[in-house]
Structures are given as C-alpha cells and as structure tokens.
Design a protein around this ligand. Structure first.
Ligand SMILES: [Zn+2]
Length: 400
C-alpha cells in the first residue's frame, strides 16, 4: 500500500500504467471497454490514451470492436516487430513457442526431447533451437525468455541448481547466451512461468492466487496483489520443502521428510522401483529401471493397489501442506499444474478434502470466498507463453 499521497503528476503516471496493463491483457480494446475495466470516465480514459499515443506507446486503429453503440475504433500497445522466443528448459526436454511482443503466438508449439549430460550440452541445445527459429523467421529480431527448471536467480540470470540434471554446478545462462546469440535474455523458474501465464491469460483478473507445479519436484509460486512474490531465495520449492514428517526419507535439500519426498513424481517413481526390486525372483540380479511417469499413471488407472495407496498418500500430504499455506497467506485460489494432474479426479478430490478443512471457510458472519483448488486450464502452449510476460512486466516496470 502507498503511504504517501499522490500529486497530479503521479496520478497521471499511475493511470497510464493501469491503461497499458489493461491493453496488454486485452490485446485490443475500445475506449468504452477500457473505461469500464479501469472504472474511470470515458473523457478521463480519452485523455490518458491521447498521452500514451503521443508518447508512441500505443496505436489506434479505426476498426470498431462493437457492432452497436459508439464508434471510435480500438487501441493496441504499439509493437516494433521484435519477437520473443519462449522456452521451458529442463535436461530432458525443451518446449518452445515464438510470440510477438504482445505474447500472441507466431509459431506452432514445439516439444524437443533432449538428453544432455553437461551444462555446455544444454546450452548448445538452446542455441541450436534459437538458430532454427532465426532461420525460419528471417529478418525478425528475436529475444529470449527462458523458464528454467529448478532454482534460478532472475536478477543475475544464473541457473543455480537443476534437480533433474546430472550436474551440480551453476550455469551463467544469461551472460553466456546473450553473448553467443547476440540477443537479450530474461529468465525465471518454471513455477514463475506458470504464475505469469495464469496472471495474464486467465479470463478474469485475479489479485491473489497460487500455482503449484506437481511434477518431478513440487514447486509453487504466489501472486499477491497482482505481483509475483519471489521471496528472498528465488526458490521455487518453498512448499516442496515443507516438512511433513521429521522422521521421513532424506530429501535432496538435506533435510528429512519434506513434502517432495512423499508427493512428487520423482519420489513416487523411486518408491515404485523399490517394489519392483523387492518382487524380483531370488536368483535375479538385474536392477529394475525406474518406471516412467506415464507407466506410473497407467498403473494407477489400471487399479494397481500399491500404486493407488501411494498416490492417495501423496495427495493427502499435498492437501495438508496446502491447508497450512492457505491459513498463513489467506489465498483462496490454487491452480494445480504438472504431470501429477494426470492422476485425475480421485487424486484431486483427495487434495481438496484436506484443504477443505480450512476453518475460515465456515465463517458465516464474514463473507470469505470458499477455497478453490482446481486443475489449471491453460494449454501447454499458453503455459510456456507465460514466460514471455517477463518482457511485458519489465516494460511496465520501466513506466514507474
Ligand atoms: Zn527438502
């Protein structure tokens, strides 16, 4: 909250930013729509739009968006033809899509399976893809927006730790790639990508919500008062390392019994591998391989009792951790993403049952919205495009 008053100059600046934010969300809008969304009068909106137009930040087109009512055309954020290559990077796959600077897709969504053993090999794969796009989309300047698995520092552009990777060292991604590709690069982790995707592409504007990525690990990202909350450690795993059982298994973070050791796909796959090991005939010395995510999900849906029990235990642990988080932050919307969502309704309902214990939901005197825990509905392409909004937020920050 602002503690100081705003003079006219500051109010004007603030309103310009509000208008730009609405235009980035809506992509194109009429004066009356902008007035309705900003709750300002049409003459006030007209004045702000005129200012923005004279600064070259927006453009006006004569196309009317409404078939009835007043004309007056429509407004868009001015674009300079630069494209953004959005990439989600892990040691096993790179997902990518090219967008314009308004984050409208310009290419099909692409999934590239990779298997890299070193940071250098990973960088080489990113470079190769970048050059591929540059070749297909000639004469278009391309900037990079990277979503990187694990812990990253968005300020320095360093991938600090990638749990899925066979290496432990940090990678100076921004520094190295900007130099080699002669372009600009912004990066953040994969949970921030999902939070940005929800924040900007969800049908209705939302002030406070949380996305949980239940995949190889368990990451979370919070949007509070429409701002991504990054905390001090730039960690994506706050919730994944909530301790649910002090006597539990050893976690990658060095502590025991973190949520990830029970409810993440990597933990469940390891456990399943342990059973396969135990089921071997006495004379069989072969070490069974770890089942793939799809194999685990298939076994679950086929009704394998051991797998079902394990998955339900994971769902209960996740739900209970969410319950604790909800009580602290009073966030009422939670979107679940990640491949664990493939476990479907029974899994989701078990997560919900635990969070449904939220005592604040039962208060009748104060109207508090019931907690909504649901699967995220954005397509994978929309999820990946979320990282492109780093450039939108950067542009809006520059206006302050
Ligand atoms: Zn941990």
């Amino acid at each position: 909250m602002q503690s100081k008053g705003l003079n006219n100059q500051r109010v004007r600046q603030y309103n310009k930013k509000v208008m730009m934010t609405l235009l980035y969300r809506e992509k194109t809008a009429s004066k009356s729509t902008l007035a309705r969304l900003s709750q300002l009068s049409i003459p006030a909106v007209g004045k702000i739009l005129a200012d923005l137009q004279s600064e070259g930040r927006i453009s006006h087109s004569a196309v009317n968006l409404h078939t009835r009512g007043l004309g007056g055309g429509s407004y868009q954020v001015a674009v300079d033809g630069t494209c953004i290559l959005c990439m989600n990077v892990s040691p096993y796959r790179i997902e990518s899509i090219l967008t314009d600077s308004l984050i409208t897709p310009q290419s099909p969504f692409q999934l590239t399976e990779i298997a890299v053993k070193t940071p250098e090999a990973l960088l080489a794969q990113i470079e190769k893809l970048f050059h591929g796009y540059r070749k297909t989309y000639r004469d278009v300047p391309i900037k990079l927006a990277l979503s990187v698995h694990g812990q990253v520092n968005p300020t320095t552009g360093v991938s600090q730790n990638m749990p899925q990777a066979p290496w432990n060292s940090a990678i100076e991604m921004k520094y190295l790639l900007e130099e080699r590709l002669n372009t600009e690069l912004l990066l953040d982790n994969d949970c921030v990508m999902l939070a940005l995707a929800e924040k900007w592409q969800h049908q209705h504007e939302q002030h406070d919500f949380c996305v949980i990525n239940v995949d190889y690990g368990i990451g979370s990202s919070f949007v509070i008062n429409q701002q991504i909350y990054r905390g001090t450690l730039f960690g994506s795993g706050q919730i994944g390392h909530a301790i649910i059982d002090p006597d539990g298994s050893l976690c990658s973070c060095g502590r025991h019994g973190c949520l990830e050791t029970v409810a993440s796909l990597s933990a469940m796959k390891n456990q399943a591998r342990g059973w396969l090991m135990a089921q071997r005939p006495a004379n069989d010395e072969t070490v069974p391989r770890t089942p793939s995510t799809q194999e685990l999900i298939d076994r679950y849906h086929q009704g394998d009792p051991a797998v079902r029990a394990m998955v339900m235990r994971a769902a209960r642990a996740l739900g209970l951790s969410l319950y604790n988080f909800l009580n602290i932050l009073n966030i009422n919307h939670i979107y679940l993403y990640g491949r664990s969502c493939g476990f479907g309704d029974a899994w989701l309902n078990t997560v919900r049952e635990q969070t449904g214990l939220n005592p604040f939901d039962r208060t009748d005197s104060v109207k508090i919205m019931a907690t909504h825990v649901g699967l995220g509905t954005l397509s994978r392409a929309q999820q990946i495009m979320g990282i492109g909004y780093l450039y939108v937020e950067h542009a809006l920050e520059q206006m302050a």
